[in-house]
Design a protein around this ligand. Sequence first.
Ligand code: PGA
Length: 250
Amino acid sequence: MTKLIAGNWKMHGTAADLGEVHAVAERAAELAGKVEVALCVPATLIHRAVETVPGFAIGGQDIHANENGAHTGDCSADMLRDAGARVVIVGHSERRDAHREADADVRAKAESGLAAGLRVILCVGESDAEREAGRAVDVVTAQLAASLPRGNTAALRAPGLDVAYEPIWAIGTGKVPTTADIAEMHAALRQTLLAELGPDGSNVRILYGGSVKSSNAAEIFAVPEVGGALVGGASLKAADFLPIVEAGAV
Ligand code: PGA
């Protein structure tokens, strides 16, 4: 399966940063067929980014599960699509934590995103305390099973769905699990996907996220069942992000 290298700009980026988007998109076009690349930028930047690099996959970082309504400050999946987004992240731990999003909320967002035609990157991950207690695999597989989109139509299933395993303690910390720990978790997540989605579960890429850098990307991508990366800090500058993209194209 072609790897997906997705950048998550979080709350960073204004029009002054569109040059970075342009540089990433230019190289991604050259690597088409070898690796897929997306940049999930702040909602305010989606439309301008799409206009800057038509044809390149620009994404958002969250959506409301409803199509519209009295939800001050929120954007729906259709609104992101209307702005030109093709991808959306749901269930990032920073949303689950700071915005108290439960698995059921994440599931509803994933369903809404897929129904609107967005590629959905659904995030799961354990806390430091959960890993220390030896509960990481149980916690994360349960989180995935409860957050997965359901439904009878193909649109609600693969191949519009990717999962990102992001240990919370590895995000923005420079800490990364051992390759053995990543392999164990990704194998368990694959089993969960197959159990929950049937054969469709084999089409879902399982990305790794948390302190991915140019120096560790190749090693992480060599782990079985790692289908790419969700990259935060190292996605803000093309010079940092593109070596990760290149590693994913091998
Ligand atoms: P990081 O963030 O690469 O800065 O650790 C990853 C993420 O939160 O998606």
